[in-house]
Ligand binder design. Structure first.
Ligand code: GDP
Ligand code: IMO
Ligand code: MG
Length: 427
């Protein structure tokens, strides 16, 4: 039996989707445990590109059970649309998707509240995906206004609670933005009753299902969304998402104890990207950053926004690796750096004249951090055809080795292109 976890070590979009897809061959169950349809995981599978948002990547394999766990926030309309999109492309989604009855539900008023909140922050907006993620998680933690997937099937109490919540939300929305049209409780009730009906065959107690799967020694793969630096507790607060996007979320979000996990794989890009606001010490607001953005096609999978690009930040990534307790790292998109005269890794920060390798807790300290860079001679060769370690030019090898040394973790996988085949197993 093997239970594996794949978790992002940066600010999301580390190419987790590609690694999860690769590993799915060895697993019977793939579990999403946090986040929602703010995620965008790209998989190139049998010559086709799939962009998965709420559905676990395992959904692309008919023999694999895909689970949306209790810690996920579910927009049922978005879920049904995503399922239909795959069915239209000839993939049978029906039998093997399970959705936790404990997962929380995103309602239209969550998106409305988020729009008002983000607008009110002006220049310091978080730059969220506007999917109602943070506002739904806030209601979950606040309890009074939360509705879980299982609640949708208790029609009378669901209706009563929904009407109470919508009345409250409309008072708040009207006070914050008089131009915002009020939420319509009758309409929401009708829509969500219909969504619930369509999702019914998938809704189960996934916690109990997973406990039985662990006992039966089935191979399970946990698919993280976002990345550790976006984690609500350990990330660059408040420029984070509202869930535990580090490995800390696996236990709470799935009900499977972390001690059951045999292998923790951290995924990192060979450079750094970030979408939305917040500090980013190694950001390259110059030609090199622009070049990385164009070569790496660094535009958001979900929102299409240009991603901010910068050098590999080994201080931040080492911090994430420690938070998650990763056994090894998958280093992705190395091909994007080919052709640069010099490639750099941030090995320490200078903050107020002091050198440190600690990742600051406060964003104002992180904003002051000047990256101390290790400079490595670049390589000119196109490496997208490399398939084994010896195919990599010495510059690329030196770069991978430097990152491994600073992170103090082995780099077991190097990715040199989006396709499955463009992967180098380093061991
Ligand atoms: P995720 O959210 O972590 O799954 O990552 P995204 O899918 O949002 O972004 C990763 C992007 O990089 C996708 O467009 C992938 O197809 C692409 N990709 C994955 N691995 C590689 C690679 O090694 N090289 C290149 N050039 N692109 C890659
Ligand atoms: P995947 O799974 C990159 C970012 C948003 C914003 C912040 C909060 O594809 O790696 P939210 O809507 O979650 O409240 O937004 O988090 N963000 C992501 N950035 N990849 C993601 O997911 C992200 N999901 C959220 O851009 O800065
Ligand atoms: Mg993504």
């Amino acid at each position: 039996m093997s239970i594996t976890s794949v978790v992002g070590l940066q600010w999301g979009d580390e190419a987790k989707g590609k690694i999860v897809d690769l590993l799915t061959d060895e697993h019977q169950i793939v579990v999403r445990y946090q986040g929602g349809n703010n995620a965008g995981h790209t998989v190139m599978f049998q010559g086709e590109t799939y962009k998965l948002s709420l559905l676990p990547t395992g959904i692309l394999r008919p023999g694999v059970t895909s689970i949306i766990g209790p810690g996920v926030v579910v927009n049922p309309q978005a879920l049904l649309k995503e399922m239909q999109g795959l069915i239209d492309r000839g993939l049978p989604v029906a039998q093997n998707l399970l959705v936790s009855d404990r997962a929380h539900v995103i309602f239209p008023y969550h998106m409305q509240e988020e729009a008002v909140l983000e607008k009110s922050r002006g220049a310091s907006a978080i730059g969220t995906t506007m999917r109602g993620i943070g506002t739904c998680y806030r209601d979950k933690v606040g309890r009074s206004h939360a509705i879980r997937v299982g609640d949708l099937y208790h029609t009378d109490s669901f209706r009563q609670r929904l009407f109470e919540i919508v009345a409250f939300k409309n008072r708040v929305l009207a006070a914050l933005d008089p131009e915002m049209p009020p939420a319509d409780a009758d309409r929401i009730f009708a829509d969500y009753t219909e969504y619930a009906k369509r999702l019914k065959p998938h809704v189960v107690d996934t916690t109990s299902f997973l406990h039985k799967a662990v006992a039966a020694k089935r191979n399970i793969l946990f698919e993280g969304a976002q990345g550790t630096l976006l984690d609500i507790d350990h990330g660059t607060f408040p420029y984070v998402t509202s869930s535990n996007a580090s490995a800390a979320g696996i236990h709470t979000g799935s009900g499977v104890p972390e001690r059951s996990i045999d292998r923790m794989i951290g995924v990192a890009k060979a450079y750094t990207t970030r979408v939305g606001g917040g500090p980013f010490p190694t950001e390259l607001d110059n030609e090199i950053g622009q070049r990385i953005r164009e070569v790496g096609r660094e535009y958001g999978t979900v929102t299409g926004r240009p991603r901010r690009c910068g050098w590999f930040d080994a201080v931040a990534t080492a911090y994430s690796a420690r938070i998650c307790g990763v056994d090894c790292v998958s280093l992705m998109l190395l091909d994007v750096l080919s052709g640069l005269d010099e490639v750099c890794v941030c090995e320490a920060y200078e903050i107020n004249g002091e050198r440190t390798t600690d990742f600051p807790a406060h964003i104002e300290d992180l904003q002051l951090a000047k990256p101390i860079l290790r400079r490595i001679k670049g390589w000119k060769e196109d490496i997208t055809g490399a398939r084994k370690p010896s195919d990599l030019p010495s510059g690329a090898r030196a770069y991978v080795d430097a990152i491994s040394e600073i992170l103090d973790r082995p780099i077991d996988i190097v990715s040199v292109g989006p396709d499955r085949a463009q992967t180098i197993m380093m061991k």
